[in-house]
Design a protein around this ligand. Structure first.
Ligand SMILES: [Zn+2]
Length: 191
């Protein structure tokens, strides 16, 4: 039986998924075999999204094997984001007050809001947040920062905050000078 692996949108955990069974009794029979085997756990039968059959999904009982599955899902996204298609993404900085994020245009022309630890894409929204595995756009952001193609958001935020602080300081100074002038005080005099 050939199996693929996937990250569940339901619980953010990694699973093996069998190829599709056309018959539900056969899928159930296979699931019972897996349930009887101590090497597997979390066995269940799920209807295929196409509605034309059933998959059996399950996890390895061994923690080491589970870690391999998890790393496989992590690595797939890292490869796409940091090494293959991520090189073609375009980033455009958006600032709002003292906060900032990037608009990331992927190869499929979809545009997502990306920061160093979040993304508005479905993979991050439905899987990444639950599993802790960054999506390919987040990996692409970190690559672009590492090669200095874009400015790190932490540094953008500090720059914005510094500029705002300077504005406040200037406004305070002006107001202080005006109040002194109203009382006939010379702020340049030696006190
Ligand atoms: Zn994303």
């Amino acid at each position: 039986m050939k199996c693929s692996t996937f990250l569940s949108t339901r619980d953010g955990h990694c699973y093996y998924r069998t190829t599709m069974f056309r018959s539900l009794p056969r899928a159930r029979a296979f699931a019972r075999c897996l349930q009887a085997n101590p090497r597997f756990r979390a066995v269940s039968v799920k209807e295929a999204t196409s509605g034309t059959g059933w998959h059996v999904i399950y996890q390895p009982s061994s923690q080491a094997r589970y870690a391999e599955l998890y790393y496989q899902q992590y690595r797939q996204r890292e490869l796409k984001g940091a090494q293959t298609e991520g090189r073609c993404y375009r980033f455009e900085l958006v600032t709002r007050g003292t906060d900032a994020y990037y608009l990331c245009q992927s190869v499929s022309k979809e545009v997502y809001d990306v920061t160093e630890c979040s993304c508005s894409c479905p993979d991050w929204t439905y899987r990444g947040q639950k599993s802790g595995i960054p999506c390919k756009h987040i990996f692409a952001y970190h690559r672009a920062v590492a090669i200095q193609e874009i400015e790190a958001l932490t540094s953008v935020r500090i720059r914005l905050q510094t500029a705002r602080n300077a504005l406040y300081a200037a406004a305070l100074k002006t107001s202080f000078e005006q109040r002194c002038a109203a009382r006939g005080l010379d702020i340049n005099a030696d006190f």
